[in-house]
Ligand binder design. Structure first.
Ligand SMILES: Cc1cc2nc3c(=O)[nH]c(=O)nc-3n(C[C@H](O)[C@H](O)[C@H](O)COP(=O)(O)OP(=O)(O)OC[C@H]3O[C@@H](n4cnc5c(N)ncnc54)[C@H](O)[C@@H]3O)c2cc1C
Length: 354
């Protein structure tokens, strides 16, 4: 390794990548290391994204993750992280009317008053990393003791260690030497990872609009009766979910998620095809909704992990030297605690290289 500070590339500014960048910085304290984060999107958050409508007269809407549920065990073992987020005002206990069936295991629920992307941004800001958006990793090439990582937009770089936190099917599509460094067993494990697919639809209303429902969060029964899989399984109203003071200058927003069977059936459809189906179902479920000023529909091809990487405790090391690791919820489970377990599991391996 050269005498200049080691360079670490984290691919993905979602929760796992941002947590890892922050934790690595904290662990290395004053030791010099250059942490670089790339994300193909225009901002941080990944599946914890918060969409701000083009017309700022409506509240923003979380399109992916909605709130954070922790079990008693994780509330205990991850106590310092929850305390940090509560103290910073990034999280607060969920305290809003919830209707419909909801699985509960006795743990604690938190909402993010500034939107779920605020959780990711909190850790990213503390990482001191150089963060580059609209930078999509397209291939990894082994160059003696380092990795050359190429970007679809041009402008790649040379790194001493690389962490991939992108969904596993996207890891398997990367070009270069990746396929050569992984064993056939590792490839089998990665090919066994699967995700549900969902659509999110957000409606943004003008100031003063009344959405005409008493709840902040509503679950609809998930059923799959042949062709009649239910379209909508979840709905939430902002700013009610966040329990923040209603801002008279901004109208409410409503976000709905489609059920997993519907997502599976329509995953190859365009948003333009699916949006009218969701809107029609919404009209049936909530006939008194006012006219929105704008609508945003998003397809989550990789929503929540339904089958995690077998036998992994948070990450998979594809190459020891130069270090190449893949991680994320696919190596644990799809929520805050799952991403945190993944980020923590890699710290020692990276710190040893620095
Ligand atoms: C609809 C939905 C509802 C959910 N509900 C909840 C919930 O209520 N509570 C909860 O805790 N969790 C929930 N989850 C799960 C949670 O959002 C995820 O577990 C978590 O966000 C995963 O974080 P990650 O960093 O591992 O991956 P991601 O968030 O997917 O981050 C990966 C990042 O990599 C970027 N990327 C991809 N390819 C490239 C590339 N080639 N180059 C550069 N960047 C790239 C992406 O843009 C993305 O930002 C939900 C998810 C969805 C989709």
């Amino acid at each position: 390794m050269s005498s200049s500070p080691p360079r670490v590339l984290v691919v993905g500014a979602g929760l796992t990548g941002s947590l890892f960048a922050c934790l690595l910085r904290r662990k290395l304290k004053d030791r010099k290391v250059h942490i670089v984060v790339w994300d193909k999107a225009r901002g941080a958050g990944g599946r914890m994204s918060t969409f701000r409508p083009p017309d700022p007269s409506s509240h923003s809407a979380d399109l992916g993750a909605q709130y954070i549920s922790t079990t008693r065990e994780y509330a205990h073992s991850h106590h310092s992280f929850y305390s940090e987020l509560l103290a910073a005002g990034v999280l607060r206990p969920l305290d809003c009317p919830v209707e419909g069936l909801r699985q509960k295991d006795g743990g604690v629920d938190y909402v993010a008053p500034l939107g779920m992307s605020g959780v990711v941004k909190h850790f990213l800001q503390q990482s001191g990393a150089e963060v580059l958006f609209e930078r999509q990793a397209s291939g990894l090439y082994r160059r003696r003791a380092s990795w050359e990582v190429r970007s679809k937009q041009g402008g790649g770089g040379q790194f001493d260690a690389v962490l991939l936190t992108i969904p596993v099917p996207q890891i398997l599509q990367l070009e270069g030497d990746l396929q050569d460094v992984m064993s056939s067993e590792q490839k089998d494990v990665l090919c066994g990872v699967s995700y549900s697919s969902r659509f999110a639809l957000a409606l943004f209303f003008p100031p003063g609009a009344d959405v005409g429902v008493p709840w902040a969060i509503r679950y609809y029964n998930n059923y799959d009766d042949g062709d009649k899989a239910n379209v909508i399984c979840y709905a939430a109203v902002e700013p009610r979910k966040h329990a923040t003071e209603a801002d008279a200058s901004r109208g409410p927003s409503l976000v709905v998620h489609t059920g997993a069977p519907f997502g599976l059936r329509h995953v190859e459809c365009d948003i333009e095809e699916v949006q009218p189906i969701i809107l029609q179902e919404l009209q049936r479920l909530l006939p008194s909704l006012p006219q929105p000023i704008s609508i945003k529909c998003h397809k989550w091809r990789y929503s929540q992990v339904t089958s995690a990487a077998a036998g992994c405790s948070g990450h998979m090391t594809l190459s020891e030297r130069p270090l190449l690791v893949c991680a994320g919820d696919a190596f644990t489970h799809s929520n805050f605690d799952g991403c945190l377990v993944s980020a923590l599991s890699m710290l020692d391996a990276f710190a040893d290289v620095m």
